[in-house]
Design a protein around this ligand. Structure first.
Ligand SMILES: Cc1cc2nc3c(=O)[nH]c(=O)nc-3n(C[C@H](O)[C@H](O)[C@H](O)COP(=O)(O)OP(=O)(O)OC[C@H]3O[C@@H](n4cnc5c(N)ncnc54)[C@H](O)[C@@H]3O)c2cc1C
Length: 329
């Protein structure tokens, strides 16, 4: 294939993560605007059987390295292979997920390839001169910058999960698969234990709906009312740092600058004041509902719907109404 946009995929528990579909879809849109092809780097264990399916989101060719040593992302193994393949393919742009692994890989690739990485990109445009411009958040989302790369420098960007629209999947379209003829480099690190969350909980960064509780919940036991509402809404449960620091919720639930960045369709903030560090993690949600007894709480300046009420009165009553509504549908 001549000129192409290249995406780097992420594979977990036997399938591509949803963010990979989003990155592929955005890659397809950019490739179409530039009039070039779309290829994918697929590194992992057990990936070869799934690689062709990337075609449904517009990938034309998948370069695959399927090796048990690539089961978990490790900089030692992934970075040299990805860097070598990017040098060989010489893509016009490289996109990868702004996930925990993707951010690490992207930063290391940027250093290796001497290309500036834009991390956590939320919008990409191709102008009339076929120049790629990307929008990314600065100062924990307080402001945004549109950036472009110097002439001849291929853009390298990590895409924030849950922001880019997935294309309608065309199940009949398969990507051509080519095996990568590179050995997996020896690693100085190894994974000794992998604690997979088997609770069946929706992963926060992939959730469509999130109900989060803050210090206003008063104690850990009170999260049952958050969990009940989340249950009827089919939502994941999140928390502010205050709630996590108090030991009421695990750190994996924390939303914000030092927690997870989430972009659900609906974010319900319960007893959360809306500190800038919390907004940095959820401010890009499509709809924000805030429940707080203080009408001056900063969260209301971000919220689409605000309920000034004691959460212990409002949430159980609201859960009951949603339950009734759902059972009548
Ligand atoms: C470097 C740094 C990084 C940080 N990273 C994060 C981060 O990742 N995520 C994060 O969340 N924070 C982060 N913080 C902390 C942040 O500054 C706030 O302290 C934190 O978000 C506050 O959490 P909160 O809103 O739950 O608590 P509070 O600010 O105490 O707010 C509690 C709210 O609950 C309301 N309330 C109380 N009782 C009720 C009731 N009965 N009914 C209705 N409402 C009620 C109150 O009116 C209040 O608005 C960070 C701070 C720093 C310095």
């Amino acid at each position: 294939m001549s000129k192409s946009v290249c995406i780097i995929t992420e594979f977990r528990n036997g399938d591509f993560r949803r963010v990979t579909n989003e990155v592929a879809s955005e890659g397809r849109r950019i490739a179409d605007a530039l009039g070039v092809g779309l290829v994918a780097l697929v590194l992992g264990a057990g990936v070869s059987g799934q690689a062709a399916s990337l075609g449904k989101f517009g990938v034309e060719k998948a370069y695959v390295l399927d090796d048990p040593a690539l089961e978990h992302y490790m900089a030692d193994t992934f970075v040299p292979i990805a860097a070598e393949m990017i040098s060989r393919i010489a893509p016009v742009a490289v996109l990868l997920p702004a996930s925990v692994d993707g951010r690490d890989l992207g930063a290391r690739l940027g250093a290796r390839l001497h290309v500036t990485l834009l991390q956590d990109v939320i919008e990409v445009r191709v102008d009339d001169n076929k120049k790629v411009k990307a929008k990314w958040p600065l100062f924990a989302g307080k402001c945004f910058a549109w950036c472009e790369w110097a002439e001849g420098v291929p853009p390298l960007l990590s895409i924030r999960p849950n922001v880019m629209q997935c294309l309608v999947a065309d199940e009949n379209r398969l990507a051509e698969v080519e095996k990568i003829d590179l050995p997996v480099p020896p690693s100085r690190t190894r994974v000794v234990k992998y604690d997979l969350d088997t609770s069946g909980k929706v992963e926060l960064t992939e959730a469509e709906v999130i109900v989060s509780g803050g210090r206003g919940m008063k104690e850990a036991a009170n999260y049952t009312i958050i969990e009940e509402l989340a249950g009827v809404l089919g939502a994941a449960v999140g928390a502010s740092r205050a709630a996590v620091d108090a030991g009421w919720r695990p750190h994996s639930d924390q939303v914000g600058q030092t927690g997870k960045v989430v972009n659900p369709n609906l974010y319900v903030a319960v007893g959360i004041s809306g500190a800038i560090q919390h907004l940095a993690g959820m401010g890009y949600s499509k709809y924000i509902v805030a429940v707080n007894k203080d009408s001056d709480a900063p969260i209301f300046s971000k919220a689409d719907y605000g309920i000034v009420e004691d959460l212990f009165k409002f949430i159980p009553a609201f859960t009951e109404e949603v339950r009734k509504l759902k059972s009548s549908c």
